[in-house]
Design a protein around this ligand. Structure first.
Ligand SMILES: [Fe+2]
Ligand SMILES: [Fe+2]
Length: 304
């Protein structure tokens, strides 16, 4: 039997090489658009616009085409210099990359990073502004976009090499990909986690490491960040309680904490002003959870 997948409405205009199908009144699938055609605007805005499907066997091809189209869209927005639009385009890419079942898709992310550093590497203030723009996407997507923007800001401010900037920002994009294997309710809850929920939650670093190593040939530094970003230098972190942690993991771990404190309110704590979040992290640095040098360099890139 042939299987079909329902397309998200927002993705429909992006496909060219994939045939579309719709369900007839007899619940049979019929061809709506053949391979090689885009839908024109009049067909897209038609009132009788049906739900559209693609063949399950086209799934991988469709994903490649989709991420290429999303990257192209990002490139266009970057060249127009509209930050809010850039942020939204980046959120769409992250949203696709974090959709369970599309792990192979993360192989298109290096292109996304190149687009971002190609233009913004020369323009520090733009990246600073990007981190300040609000976003109405889901918790995990918003968090990932924020952590990536802050990481890029750090790299540009300290003039890291292109190779380091690429690796660090890829690591930032993928640091929480393991969360896609955990039920969304648990990731998005504003409540304090119960012991049982916490035990599930802290499996995400190992799950993330596994997803990246199984689906990509990315440099080992990238899955290591997914594995270690909740480890702390005093051994109080998880999953392993390590006190030797890669410097990339230390940096993304610190940015990750800063992002959660600054951008997200929970029922048991309100989000903080950047200065107050930095004070919390400063205390943790005194307790030897974070390295002093990394804390100082991060503070510099935020305050200058
Ligand atoms: Fe995490
Ligand atoms: Fe995170």
């Amino acid at each position: 039997m042939t299987d079909y997948i329902l397309l998200k409405k927002s993705q429909i205009p992006l496909f060219k090489n994939i045939p579309f199908f719709y369900k007839t009144q007899n619940s049979e699938y019929a061809l709506y658009k053949k391979k090689g055609d885009y839908l024109d605007d009049s067909r897209l805005s038609s009132i009788n616009y049906p739900d559209l499907y693609i063949l399950d066997t086209d799934r991988e091809k469709a994903m490649v085409e989709l991420t290429k189209a999303l990257n192209k869209d990002l490139e266009k927005k970057v060249s127009e210099g509209r930050l809010k639009a850039v942020r939204e385009a980046l959120a769409s890419i992250v949203n696709e990359a974090l959709t369970p079942g599309q792990e192979k898709n993360i192989n298109s992310l290096p292109e996304t990073i190149e687009i971002l550093i190609g233009r913004y590497g020369k323009d520090h203030t733009a990246m600073g502004l990007l981190t300040k723009l609000g976003s109405n996407s889901s918790v995990l997507v918003e968090h990932t976009v924020n952590v990536t923007a802050l990481t890029l800001q750090f790299c540009f401010f300290h003039k890291l090499s292109d190779a380091d900037t690429q690796q660090l920002s890829m690591a930032a994009l993928l640091h929480d990909i393991g969360c896609t294997k955990i039920i969304t309710k648990l990731i998005e809850t504003p409540n304090r986690l119960t012991d049982k929920q916490y035990k599930t939650y802290i499996t995400h670093p190992e799950l993330g490491h596994e997803i990246i190593t199984e689906n990509t040939n990315f440099d080992i530094a990238i899955p290591i960040v997914a594995l270690e970003h909740h480890e702390r230098l005093d051994g109080s972190g998880y999953p392993k309680g390590l006190n030797r942690i890669s410097s990339y993991s230390q940096l993304i771990g610190l940015i990750d904490s800063y992002e959660s404190l600054t951008y997200r309110s929970k029922l048991f704590r309100k989000k903080k002003k950047p200065y107050d979040s930095l004070n919390v992290i400063k205390d943790e640095t005194y307790k030897k959870k974070f390295a002093k040098g990394i804390f100082k360099r991060f503070t510099a890139c935020l305050t200058k």
